[in-house]
Design a protein around this ligand. Structure first.
Ligand SMILES: [Fe+2]
Length: 384
């Protein structure tokens, strides 16, 4: 009986972890909307079906392990499935331990954080009329609690001319209407108050193309002396990308998804490029870029890290994973749409020569945040 229960728990853990790993990796690929919805449905169905079938079939009927049946009579297919679940369980807990052991890279020199309760500031939760607005009312949901993070980071190759350069990085606004426009207006007021030299947005602007009308009152109000740069994300890819780009360009934002931009100060070049890969099959090239140029890449998904390292990128800014949105006690984030699972869920990563910052984003298609606050970040670059 006890052995059976332990075995059943291992099957539940392993099959769930395997399903989550497959869903995460599928969502890190270029997948059509119907494919995403289908994979969700199959995944949620299996989350219920596998534990039930494991209880009923080998537990009650054949060989009836709950009723004193013999393990030797267990069908070989169950042993194969058990082995797969056991491996999956080990990998899952290994990744949890690895996440707990991960330290912030030494490239982070200082960090300051503060929280703002946007609902309190506005005199009530800025709930909209979008399809998931009811989720904002769930107990403990922290979707209106903004974290403002300021990090001073060391960039080993930073030219002297760019020492002290500040970048406001934010991502994943996901305008769908569940969070009202006043939420974004107030968040971006706080962003403007950080007075950064340049502003970067790393995609997933809209989930409802009608809300393109929100742009002038939100992103359109941001200003920075060295410019505002953006790329789009997979949720924009499902909509009319040309219309979104046109609206952003009309507001003075610079699209660097295809055309790189260079800014020069005291003879030192800062080269800004973008990547919307794998949703848009275009990767930046660097043939004509001076060796000494500071290379900054905006990539919606952090999965492009290996390519960034090969291209000698100094600083890569990403979003997409939302920090997992829900971080469970001990386990941490579970769902991250990445080929690397939740490894690049949020924060700073250094893999020479590239420093990667992954933003948790402002929102998500589903307005759920538990242990994973929405954030805006100001990065101040310092010389190595
Ligand atoms: Fe997103």
């Amino acid at each position: 009986m006890w052995w059976y229960l332990l075995w059943w728990l291992m099957i539940c853990n392993g099959s769930t972890a395997l399903g989550v790993a497959i869903v995460n990796r599928l969502h890190g690929c270029r997948l059509a909307v119907w494919g995403i919805h289908l994979s969700h449905k199959i995944h949620y169905l299996l989350l219920v079906v596998i534990p039930c079938v494991t209880l009923v079939v080998p537990g009650w009927f054949a060989p009836g392990l709950l009723r004193g049946g013999s393990w030797s009579e267990l069908h070989p297919s169950w042993w194969i499935f058990s082995a797969i679940c056991a491996v999956s369980t080990l990998i899952f807990w290994g990744s949890v331990v690895r996440r707990h052991c991960r330290r912030t890279p030494v490239q982070q020199l200082t960090i300051q954080t503060q929280q703002r309760d946007i609902a309190e500031e506005l005199g009530g939760p800025p709930v909209g009329h979008g399809p998931y607005q009811w989720m904002t009312q769930l107990p403990g949901n922290e979707v209106f609690r903004l974290q403002i993070t300021q990090r001073e980071v060391n960039i080993p190759r930073l030219p002297a001319a760019w020492d002290g350069l500040s970048i406001l990085h934010f991502s994943d606004a996901h305008y769908i209407g569940s969070l009202g426009r006043p939420y974004f207006e107030r968040v971006l007021e706080h962003a403007q108050g950080l007075s950064a030299d340049l502003i970067c947005f790393t995609g997933d602007l809209l989930d409802d193309i009608e809300l393109i009308s929100w742009l002038p009152a939100t992103l359109g109000r941001l200003q920075a002396p060295l410019g505002r740069f953006y790329i789009l994300g997979n949720h924009d890819w499902h909509l009319d990308m040309d219309a979104i780009r046109q609206a952003m360009n009309d507001l003075g934002w610079q699209d660097i998804s295809v055309t790189a931009r260079q800014i020069e100060r005291d003879g030192h070049v800062m080269h800004l490029t973008g990547s919307e890969f794998p949703w848009i099959d275009h990767q930046p090239t660097y043939e004509d870029v001076p060796e000494t140029a500071l290379r900054i890449l905006l990539s919606h998904t952090p999965d492009n890290m290996a390519r960034a390292r090969r291209d000698g990128i100094d600083l890569m800014l990403s979003g997409h994973n939302h920090g997992g949105q829900i971080r469970l006690p001990v386990i941490g984030p579970v769902y991250c749409p990445s080929r690397f699972g939740c490894y690049y869920s949020e924060g700073l990563y250094f893999e020479s020569p590239t420093l990667l910052h992954v933003s948790r984003g402002l929102s998500g298609r589903h307005p759920l945040r538990y242990g994973c606050l929405p954030e805006i970040t100001k990065l101040v670059l310092r010389r190595g």
